[in-house]
Design a protein around this ligand. Structure first.
Ligand code: UDP
Length: 239
C-alpha cells in the first residue's frame, strides 16, 4: 500500500490517502505535546512505540468484541486503517483521580473513584478541549441522538474493563485514558485514533512509578524508557 496525499496532520499522527478509498494510512509521529500543545518536544522512536502499543491493544479489544478502525500494521510507524468520520468528542474514562479531575473538583490526587467515571470533552484545541455534558453534545450536534452518547459511554466502560484487567496482569494500574470513535461508510461506530501512553495513564502497581506522558508533562525522566517498559509488559504476562 503506497502513501498518497496527506489528508490531515494532528499532534501525534499524519493521515494519508491510499489506493483504496475506504482506507487510510496513519503515520505515528515522534512529536510530544502537552497542555494543549503549549509544551512541545520530540523523542526519536516514540512514534514506533506508540504504533506498536496501540496495535496490540486494538487487537486485544477486537478479540473482546470492540470494533476498531485498525486493518493492519504496515511497518513500525504506519498502520492501514478504515476511513471514518471522527466524532469530535474525546471520551475520557477514569478509575483513579488525577490530572484535570483533581484540579477541577479538588479531589486528592490518587483517590480511587467509587465507580468508573466517563467524561466527554470537545475535540477543539482552539477552545482548549472544554468538558461537555450530554446536552452540550446534543446542542452542538456532535452526535445524532442520546442513544449514541449512551453507546459511547458503554463502549468506554467496556474498553476500560478489558484494559484494566489486561494491565493488572502486568502489574500496571490503568488510571485513566482517552479514546476517540469514528463512523465508517456503513454507519458503524469504530474505536479509532490510538490507545498509547500518550493517551493513557499507567502507574506501576508496586512502586506507583508513572509510565506514561505525565513523565513529559512533569519533566520527570525518559518518556522512551517508560513507553518501552509498557510495550515490554504488554508482551509478557507476569501473574
Ligand atoms: N488525554 C488525552 N488527550 C487530551 C486530554 C487528555 O489523551 O487532549 C488523556 C490523558 O492522557 C489522560 C486522560 O485523557 O490519560 C485524562 O486526562 P486529564 O483530563 O486529566 O488531562 P490533563 O491532566 O492532561 O489536562
Amino acid at each position: 500500500m503506497q502513501k498518497g496525499e496527506l489528508l490531515y496532520e494532528g499532534k501525534g499522527k499524519r493521515l494519508y490517502k491510499c489506493e483504496d478509498e475506504n482506507l487510510l494510512i496513519a503515520e505515528f509521529k515522534d512529536d510530544l505535546t502537552a497542555n494543549n500543545a503549549e509544551k512541545r518536544s520530540r523523542e526519536e522512536g516514540k512514534g514506533a512505540l506508540n504504533a506498536a502499543i496501540s496495535a496490540q491493544l486494538f487487537k486485544l479489544l477486537e478479540a473482546n468484541g470492540i470494533k476498531t478502525h485498525l486493518v493492519k500494521r504496515l511497518d513500525s510507524t504506519h498502520q492501514l486503517v478504515k476511513k471514518v468520520s471522527i466524532i469530535p468528542i474525546e471520551v475520557v474514562v477514569r478509575n483513579v483521580a488525577t490530572g484535570s479531575l483533581t484540579r477541577r473538583l479538588g479531589i486528592a490526587d490518587g483517590t480511587e473513584l467509587p465507580f468508573v467515571l466517563v467524561e466527554f470533552y470537545l475535540k477543539n484545541d482552539d477552545l482548549g478541549d472544554p468538558i461537555l455534558n450530554d446536552e452540550h453534545c446534543l446542542l452542538l450536534n456532535l452526535v445524532k441522538d442520546q442513544e449514541t452518547l449512551d453507546l459511547l459511554k458503554e463502549k468506554g466502560r467496556k474498553i476500560n474493563k478489558i484494559l484494566k484487567a489486561f494491565f493488572a496482569n502486568r502489574k500496571l494500574d490503568l488510571i485513566d485514558f482517552k479514546v476517540e470513535f469514528g463512523i465508517d461508510a456503513n454507519g458503524e461506530i469504530l474505536l479509532s485514533d490510538e490507545i498509547s501512553p500518550d493517551s493513557c495513564r499507567f502507574w506501576d502497581m508496586d512502586t506507583r512509578q508513572k509510565l506514561d506522558k505525565d513523565i513529559f508533562r512533569l519533566e520527570d525522566g525518559s518518556v522512551k524508557d517508560a513507553y518501552e517498559e509498557v510495550l515490554k509488559r504488554i508482551n509478557e504476562e507476569r501473574v
